[in-house]
Ligand binder design. Structure first.
Ligand code: 5GP
Ligand code: MG
Length: 178
């Protein structure tokens, strides 16, 4: 579809995303069934994944957000900055990090180390999307919604220059001077 001067090609439909999120929520609900895990969403991109994931949970859970930045335009800058910290005390809690996408792996690496410093009871990582050909990570990602090729994608919370987050599916972005 045409979006201003950009071409968007749908790669994962809203329906397929919804079903996959439900599967992951069911697995998390089973795994933490006698606990109250706390989701930590990584702003801004993961706010929609977190909202949908949490509403598909069948157990009690809490949530908080952290804001990091490693991207400028369509390129990773190679350094991660903390823009907003969590407010919750996660010591001795079952923590579930929720990411929209893992690309180079820098952000999730930074986040894992930072949250582990607060001594949670467990740390689980959920990401809607993973670019396995790009990601250089030395630890397991517990729940991956979909593996995708190393193209720049938007929609379902993911932006291009802060826009296109509202689009319901995941699209590959194509344009002349991205
Ligand atoms: P990483 O640190 O793994 O390279 O990048 C993680 C962050 O970069 C993601 O949380 C996301 O905000 C941004 N990012 C990486 N790849 C993409 C992409 O294809 N599209 C968009 N919109 N953001 C991306
Ligand atoms: Mg992000």
């Amino acid at each position: 579809m045409q979006y201003g001067k950009y071409t968007l090609t749908e790669i994962i439909s809203a329906d397929v995303i919804r079903k996959r999120i439900r599967e992951i929520a069911q697995q998390l609900s089973d795994r933490f069934k006698d606990e109250v895990p706390i989701f930590i969403g990584v702003l801004n991109g993961s706010f929609i994944v977190l909202a949908d994931l949490m509403r598909a949970m069948t157990i009690d859970c809490e949530m908080d957000f952290i804001k990091l930045s490693s991207y400028a335009g369509t390129e990773s800058t190679g350094t991660v900055r903390l823009l907003k910290d969590i407010s919750a005390d996660i010591t001795n809690r079952h923590v579930i990090i929720v990411e929209d996408i893992i690309d180079s792996g820098l952000t999730i690496q930074f986040l894992k180390e930072r949250l582990e410093g607060a001594s949670p009871k467990s740390l689980t990582i959920v990401t809607l999307l993973l670019k396995p050909d790009v990601a250089k990570i030395k630890f397991a990602i517990d729940y991956v919604g979909f593996e995708i090729p190393p193209d720049f994608v938007v929609g379902y919370g993911l932006d291009y220059q802060q826009k296109m987050r509202h689009l319901p599916a995941i699209y590959r972005l194509e344009g002349n001077n991205l």
